[in-house]
Design a protein around this ligand. Structure first.
Ligand code: HEM
Length: 485
């Protein structure tokens, strides 16, 4: 009995010491981090941060601690930024300080700091410069990619016509269409929709995005140091991504077999040119570990379509704009967008509400940083909550409602809104933004030019709540009828 009591007192003392140590570390050498809920040793703020509703947990904490606060993912402090002003002050006004990529333990074992999206320092600068140049040449700003998207839209319309207005889940069709554009930039070719390799590539990409958004992944982000040694779904995600890497490696081999450095056909060829140029440089960043493809844009565009349907009273107005500017026969072009402010505003508003990456991607301060009177030591992870910017009441009159006027002035002209940050902002802003924007506009105008959308369920009864909400928001499945106009 006496021994048991002494042990309890000893444990209580240890716990108190740990708590004091954590509080001290927050304010001393460890910096003066923003306030936040008191963490429990080892568990951190698990009691306040629900792994199945992480974004909502942060919004709750924002009410108590303000727009900048600290939470502990296990023993690791993470600074959370909410709302447009805090995120802009960090990512734009102090862009360089906040330009590092934060820890993403679910992907770390696969990538180990390689590849554009997960790298830091010189490696990141080299890969980012290279990717932007190649995307500009193959993907953006050139007519060629517009033509590619128009052609792909044609294949999509052909597929949709085959169903003659019967209800279908458009997810599959749209994700094939969107993924094929990335494929044509990266691999230099579109795949036939029935191609087995293409289908398994898409399955891997979609499944890995879903896995990364599940509660287990949030738990893993907090306790990976322990969880990595146990069996679990993280091993499944690891295997999925390894398969994706094998697929890319196999495409590299195919490219190498017919490679002509004087006329690069795609992203891989451009990468190969750099690899050959640097083959005697052991420190070159142009190696296979740094060759990756992004994977989240298709979900976004699919979800957009659902919203489009729900606000289908608006499709009539968009179709009117299509009739006036494009007509019923000509294929939609990117430069039509400037003459279609209403359509443009609706696309922006849909993107704002679909909010595919609510937490944003984790950033990291690359040097000791003073921010809003706090001191963030070099290496502190920072989450800019994109979802909170997209619903910031100071910038959006009706944050939770669908209201295209957020992007229209009184004369009905398109109006930019600084808090529209679906692609993030600052030095890490999405490199695929221009490409994704062209795709969104061309696919949706092409669809609405040819089809009216109907559902078997009345619009008000459709549940648009995200099926899963974690790193990404995963849209619910749904069916629509595409009625030829
Ligand atoms: C609607 C579609 C898309 C959305 C909503 C989106 C959103 C984002 C967001 C929020 C980030 C994180 C930025 C940050 O760290 O603060 C990001 C990064 C990135 N995106 Fe996208 N993206 C989309 C499409 C694309 C496409 C089509 C590509 C490829 C061509 C792409 C390539 C990348 C890359 C490589 C990064 C990492 C950039 C870096 O770390 O420097 N994305 N994207």
């Amino acid at each position: 009995m006496v021994l048991g009591g002494a042990f309890s007192i000893f444990m209580a003392l240890c716990l108190s010491c740990l708590l004091i140590l954590i509080a001290w570390k927050r304010t001393s050498k460890g910096g003066k981090l923003p306030p936040g809920p008191t963490p429990i040793p080892f568990l951190g703020n698990l009691l306040q941060v629900r792994t199945d509703a992480i974004f909502q947990s942060f919004l709750k904490l924002q009410k108590k601690y303000g727009s900048v606060f600290t939470v502990y993912f296990g023993p690791r402090p993470v600074v959370i930024l909410c709302g447009h002003e805090a995120v802009k002050e960090a990512l734009v006004d102090q862009a360089d300080d906040f330009s590092g990529r934060g820890e993403m333990p679910t992907l770390e074992k696969n990538f180990q700091g390689y590849g554009l999206a997960l790298s830091n320092g010189e490696r990141w600068k080299i890969l980012r410069r290279f990717s932007l140049t190649v995307l500009r040449n193959f993907g953006m700003g050139k007519r060629s990619i517009e033509e590619r998207i128009q052609e792909e839209a044609g294949y999509l319309l052909e597929e949709l016509h085959k169903f003659k207005g019967a209800p279908i889940d458009p997810t599959f069709f749209l994700s094939r269409t969107v993924s094929n554009i990335i494929c044509s930039v990266v691999f230099g070719k579109r795949f036939d929709y029935e191609d087995q390799h293409f289908q398994s590539l898409m399955k891997m990409i979609n499944e890995s995005f879903v896995e990364m958004s599940m509660p287990w992944a949030q738990l893993y982000d907090m306790y990976w140091r322990v969880m990595q040694y146990f069996p679990g779904r993280h091993n499944h995600l690891y295997n999925l991504i390894e398969e994706l890497k094998d697929f890319i490696a196999s495409r590299v081999k195919i490219n190498e077999a017919s490679f002509d450095p004087s006329s690069p056909r795609d992203f891989i060829d451009c990468f190969l040119i750099k690899m050959y140029q640097d083959k005697n440089d052991p420190h070159s960043e142009f190696n296979l570990k740094n060759l990756q493809i992004p994977s989240k844009d298709s979900k976004h565009q699919i979800f957009c379509l659902l919203f489009w349907y729900i606000f289908c009273h608006l499709t009539a107005k968009i179709q009117e704009e299509i009739n006036q500017v494009i007509g019923t026969h000509r294929i939609p072009r990117v430069d039509d967008r400037a003459k279609m402010p209403y359509t443009d505003a609706v696309i922006h508003e849909i993107q704002r509400l679909t909010d595919i990456v609510p937490l944003g991607a984790p950033h990291n301060v690359i040097r000791d940083t003073h921010f809003r009177g706090y001191f963030l030591p070099k290496g502190t992870d920072v989450y800019p909550l994109i979802g909170s910017v997209l619903r910031d009441p100071k910038y959006f009159r009706y944050p939770d409602a669908f209201y295209p006027q957020h992007f229209l002035d009184e004369q009905g002209h398109f109006k930019k809104n600084d808090a529209f940050v679906v692609f993030s902002s600052g030095k890490r802003i999405c490199v695929g933004e221009a490409l994704a924007r062209i795709e969104l506009f061309l696919y949706f105008t092409s669809i609405l030019q040819r089809f009216s959308l109907r559902s078997l369920v009345p619009p008000d009864d459709i549940d648009i709540a995200h099926k899963i909400s974690g790193f990404g928001n995963i849209p619910p499945t749904y069916e629509l009828c595409f009625m030829a106009r």
